[in-house]
Write a protein that binds this ligand. Structure first.
Ligand code: DC
Length: 228
């Protein structure tokens, strides 16, 4: 079974996915991490210029060796980059290069192969175009959304909880900018699939969201059992 979870940054896709992984033992693919890994290579590339950014992004998306472990880690060329790709600079660069059609095409193969490899036992795909493009036939599609102000406030609390300083306005501006790029780009913009369950994570607690989605998954698993 494929479970496609889409929605903007900070809407709770990863938290929902981790809960579902604990409950069902499914595999998990954080596709944003792929875009972030390409972004990281670009940021670290000392020969990067405005003129060659697009070509280099396409090259990295085609040639890098990514992998995802069972414990939510991403490796790039065998090196664990799970934490280093999480900063706002990498997120902004990821959003920028995600607008380049050939970058997306070059990352499709890994995503589709991962889905194919693990679909029999269950796989969760987390991103922006999972339900609309990567797995349009997924029996469970979820679109999470929440007001940017609430997402920014949660992010500030999360950073402060880790002992880091956080500026609410800067974080909010970054979220709004990234949302705009992700929702309005020409190539595969972030939109809910028509047949997705749409959940507002400002109004529902994570426990409620897990219950809603689990009930849906269980109904599909029950139907499968009936047809056996
Ligand atoms: O989910 P995230 O914040 O880690 O994603 C980083 C950026 O990558 C996001 O702003 C847009 C892009 N992205 C995308 O275009 N398509 C995906 N399937 C996943 C991420």
């Amino acid at each position: 079974m494929i479970i496609a979870i889409d929605g903007p940054a900070g809407a709770g896709k990863g938290t929902l996915a981790q809960n579902l992984v604990s409950k069902y033992g499914f595999r998990y693919l954080d596709t944003g991490a792929l875009f972030r890994a390409v972004a990281l290579c670009l940021i670290k590339d000392e020969y990067l210029t405005k003129d060659n950014l697009e070509l280099k992004a396409i090259f990295y998306a085609k040639n890098l060796d990514f992998d995802f472990t069972r414990d939510f880690k991403i490796t790039l060329e065998g090196i664990d980059v799970t934490n280093i790709i999480r900063n706002p600079e990498t997120g902004a660069m990821a959003s920028k290069i995600a607008t380049i059609p050939q970058v997306r095409v070059n990352l499709d193969e890994f995503q589709k192969n991962f889905a194919k490899k693990y679909r029999a036992k269950g796989v969760i795909l987390d991103g922006r175009d999972m339900g609309t493009f990567i797995a349009p036939d997924a029996p469970v599609k979820v679109f999470l959304d929440c007001a940017p102000e609430v997402r920014a406030k949660r992010r500030v609390e999360q950073l402060e909880g880790m002992g880091q300083q956080a500026n609410y306005q800067e974080i909010l501006d970054g979220i709004i900018k990234r949302d705009t790029t992700d929702r309005t780009r020409d190539v595969r913009p972030m939109v809910p699939a028509i047949d997705s369950i749409k959940i507002n994570t400002c109004e529902n607690s994570i426990d409620d969201v897990v219950i809603i989605v689990s009930n849906y998954i269980d109904s599909i698993l029950d139907k499968k059992k009936e047809t056996l």
